[in-house]
Design a binder for this molecule. Sequence first.
Ligand SMILES: Nc1ncnc2c1ncn2[C@@H]1O[C@H](COP(=O)(O)OP(=O)(O)OP(=O)(O)O)[C@@H](O)[C@H]1O
Length: 271
Amino acid sequence: MKPVVSLTGASLKFGKRALWEDLDLDIMPGEFFAVLGPNGSGKTSFLKVLLGLQDLHRGQAMLGSRPVERGSSLIGYIPQQKSFAPDTPMRARDLVGLGVDGHRWGLRLSPGKANRKIDQLLELVGATEYAKVPVGQLSGGEQQRLRVAQALATDPQILLCDEPLLSLDLHHQQAVSALINKQCREQNSAVVFVTHEINPIIDYVDRVLYLAGGRFKVGTPEEVMTTEVLSDLYGSHVEVIHANGRIVVVGLPDATTHHHAPTHVLAGEAA
Ligand SMILES: Nc1ncnc2c1ncn2[C@@H]1O[C@H](COP(=O)(O)OP(=O)(O)OP(=O)(O)O)[C@@H](O)[C@H]1O
């Protein structure tokens, strides 16, 4: 089996600051790959490299047998959440329809088939009941489920997810991560899942790329999420506790956080 994502000798620097150096990595079809690390460690930049939006400082990034390129038809992308303006008139089903219409082979489905596909996708993410509501009127979590449906519309070989669980309640965190895992296991998509928090996806993750302080570690969660490995990456003692199938990292350096404060509160949502 050939990798769908390959990085060779990859380094990314901004000015003198390296986010990572000499990264060699193959991600295989059907692999659930998590990218973890504190704020500012380079997780989103890693996705941008794969999206062809960020050049490497050194090394090579390939998707399948071709160098990364903008707009690759291999990729489905769930961006980090930004809310739609409250007066956005587009309906929920039209947003999902954008993914269906832009089919990877450039062939448009007939209107009937496209509508059926949109209905299936809406049902998949539990969004049927608000299919006709303008997206600007939906909560952050409801909007996020539509973005997942849109990203799955083309059955992508590589599904890039940038903090897709932010602003979802626990029930929908579980539903959305199970959905992404289903795409991975049943359609053999490679999933690259950026997150601050491994626990909601701990049952699904095959391997982890942990970025911190300009360094990285790649391996299974058992290999990477240990007191020794993370203390080494952070350059100070942190304690990794495994309890009830969850992983808790205690004693992160002061400037480090794994949790986002919400950047804004959407109309109609509690703070
Ligand atoms: N185009 C750029 N030019 C200069 N610096 C950049 C650029 N893009 C990102 N950076 C810096 O690189 C660092 C990593 O940013 P990135 O968004 O990849 O981090 P992240 O791990 O996704 O963070 P967060 O968890 O806060 O979303 C940040 O310090 C950011 O300011």
